[in-house]
Design a protein around this ligand. Structure first.
Ligand code: ADP
Ligand code: MG
Length: 339
């Protein structure tokens, strides 16, 4: 019998790997917005057409890339953010795997324009099926402008799995909200099919919450703020009367990275105890800052699940901080809602 094993061609290996990172337009939104944040941008524009299925573009005024880096950034495992395995435990940037742009270039038609402050001309690159099709100097503002067209054009099976534009757009807005919430000092805009959905001027976290989650939270936010040597927490929780019958409006960030944690959610819920009906969900936007060596963000490619070195301490701290904040505010009780 003949041997059976073959090495997959690079473009197929890339497409398979891309499936983990880019599942839908919203995954690309997360990766591209995080790259813009990591690049030190103070203004970030997100433009989409047909819920990102035909066009998804991010324009930033960050550090830009050299001509060589512009080519390199589409290679697998190409990153400027870590150099060795130890760096993984001191991560300060949102990205570090060096997989996002390689994945995007494997599953969409990409046009990149980028320029560093010190360069006279910028670089234009067009990439399709992971291969550079065109490269030339271009006049472009400082920063990076990356457009991704026709997501999954080369993987029809995957394209067919995309949901309706309305459903995909909800995912996009959710990812946009998570990143914009964590960086109120950055101006963000979101334009969909030529219509501006969000224009978020730089401001305080409180202003950003109201911009993103709605005016109904204005004057209904209770500040949370506690510091210890081990960790800090800051942010806002909704007054009990703003609790809703549906989940949502609940955001946890660890070192500015959005995370999902049923465990920490429970810590907040338990702090509300009798203050809200059993089947309702309080609003919260909470930021935990902790030594990066105390968390492992490397558990999952999208980095939404993380591991704490000492989960119990974090739980107790979150619960105590929220309880404390709610107690402060209810010293003059206005419990005029139904229990
Ligand atoms: P990672 O973010 O994990 O490093 P990416 O594939 O997202 O991997 O990006 C690869 C590299 O390309 C980054 O490390 C960075 O050096 C560069 N890069 C990507 N996006 C931008 C951007 N918007 N501005 C400047 N540099 C960028
Ligand atoms: Mg990245």
């Amino acid at each position: 019998m003949s041997d059976k094993i073959v090495l997959l061609p690079d473009n197929i290996a890339n497409q398979i790997a891309a499936g983990e990172v880019i599942q839908r337009p919203a995954s690309a939104v997360k990766e591209l917005l995080e790259n813009a944040v990591d690049a030190g941008a103070t203004e970030i524009k997100l433009i989409v057409s047909e819920a990102g299925k035909t066009l998804l573009q991010v324009i930033d005024n960050g550090c830009g890339m050299s001509e060589t880096d512009a080519r390199m950034c589409f290679e697998r495992h190409a990153t400027s953010k870590i150099k060795n395995i130890d760096d993984l435990f001191h991560i300060k940037t949102m990205g570090f795997r060096g997989e996002a742009l390689a994945s995007i270039a494997a599953v969409a038609q990409v046009t990149l324009k980028t320029r560093r402050e010190e360069d006279e001309a910028g670089t234009l690159l067009e990439v399709e099926n992971s291969v550079v099709q065109r490269q030339e100097p271009v006049a472009t503002p400082k920063g990076t402008n990356i457009a991704m067209k026709n997501l999954f054009f080369n993987i029809p099976a995957r394209r067919n799995f995309l949901k309706s534009n309305a459903a995909e757009m909800r995912h996009i807005v959710e990812e946009f909200t998570r990143v914009a919430m964590a960086f109120p000092e950055i101006r963000f805009t979101l334009t969909s099919n030529g219509q501006e959905l969000f224009y978020l001027e730089k401001g305080s976290l409180k202003q950003r919450i109201v911009q993103l989650l709605g005016n109904s939270y204005n004057a209904k936010l209770v500040a949370v703020n506690e510091e210890t040597d081990y960790m800090n927490i800051h942010g806002f929780v909704g007054k009990p009367e703003t609790a809703k019958k549906t989940r949502g409006d609940q955001y946890f960030f660890v070192n500015n990275r959005f995370i999902k944690s049923a465990y920490l959610n429970h810590a907040v819920m338990s702090a509300y105890q009798e203050m809200i009906p059993a089947d309702s969900f309080p609003m919260y936007v909470l930021f935990i800052d902790i030594d990066p060596s105390q968390v492992d963000v490397n558990v999952h490619p999208t980095k939404q699940e993380i591991k704490f070195e000492d989960e119990k301490i974090v739980y107790a701290f979150v619960q105590a901080a929220v309880k404390h904040a709610l107690a402060q505010f209810s010293i003059t009780p206005t419990l005029d809602f139904d229990l």
